[in-house]
Ligand binder design. Structure first.
Ligand SMILES: [Zn+2]
Length: 122
């Protein structure tokens, strides 16, 4: 785990850490590689620009579900875990690959369509 946070998943090169006003940031030294890790996000894994964008989109869709109180946060993450067939410990959006992000968005959409838990509210 600690190791995974220090290496580029594409080039397997050790990230170069710089201090920024947003906290320590790790960059892959390979020219043209967009892999970054913000170390302040304790559960995140390094990812390229496309993946980080996808994770951001998941947060935009997923977070309001618990922020608005529609679902309890812990319960929502448990539901996401089982939908994605991941262990709860591995169910962190900051760890997701691009494909996993697509699956997570699918999960959010399934909630909006009322296929699962909306029924329980009746
Ligand atoms: Zn790289």
């Amino acid at each position: 785990m600690e190791d995974k946070r220090n290496y580029c998943p594409i080039h397997k090169k050790r990230l170069v850490i710089t201090k920024t006003r947003f906290g320590p940031r790790g960059d892959c030294p390979e020219i043209g590689c967009t892999v970054v890790l913000w170390y302040n996000d304790e559960t995140a894994l390094p990812a390229d620009k496309e993946t980080r964008k996808a994770r951001h989109e998941v947060h935009i869709l997923f977070d309001p579900l618990w922020q608005t109180g529609k679902f309890k946060r812990t319960k929502l993450y448990k539901m996401l875990s089982s939908y994605m067939r991941l262990k709860p410990k591995k169910t962190h959006i900051g760890m997701f690959t691009k494909e996993q992000c697509e699956k997570a968005i699918e999960f959010v959409n399934s909630l909006h369509h009322g296929t699962d838990l909306d029924r329980i509210h009746y």
